[in-house]
Design a protein around this ligand. Sequence first.
Ligand code: HEC
Length: 128
Amino acid sequence: MKFRNIISLVTPFILISSFLATQSILAQDINLGKKVFSECVACHSVEPNVHLVGPSLAGVLNRNIGSAPDYRFSKALKNSNGVWDKKTLNSFIENPQAIFPGNRMPYSGLNNATERSALIAYLETLKP
Ligand code: HEC
C-alpha cells in the first residue's frame, strides 16, 4: 500500500477522534461550570425571567448588559452600552467592581481562570 493511501485512510480517524476529544472536554467544562455556579445560585436563577436578588442568567451570553426585562439594574450596569460576550463576562466574574464600578453585585470575584471559563461554558448552555 502506498504511503499516500495510508494517510488518506488514517486521516478521517484522526479527525473524528480529535473531534470527540474536543466534545468531551467541553462536556467536562460544562459539568465543572455547573458546580461552580453554586457560587451564584443564591442570587441568580437560570429560569428565564425569574429574578432573585440578581437578574435571571438564562440567555445572558450575548445579551445587552443590564437589559434583562423586569429587573431593576444599577445605573452602573444599565448605562453601560456593551454586550455580555465571553471576554466581558470573564472580567466581570473575576472582579465585578473593577470592570463596572458602582454595580450592585455583592460578589468579590472568582480568581480561578479554569473555573471561570467552565462557568462561562455552562452559562452559554442556558437558553433565554
Ligand atoms: C449575593 C448575590 C449575588 C451573587 C452571589 C452573585 N450575583 Fe451576579 N448579580 C447580583 C446582583 C444584585 C446583580 C445586579 C447588579 C446591578 O444591577 O448592578 C447581578 C448581576 C449579574 C450579572 C449581570 C446580568 C445582566 O443581565 O446584565 C451577571 C452576568 C452576573 N451577575 C453573574 C454572576 C455570576 C456568574 C455569579 C457567580 C460567580 C454571580 N453573579 C454571583 C447578585 C449576585
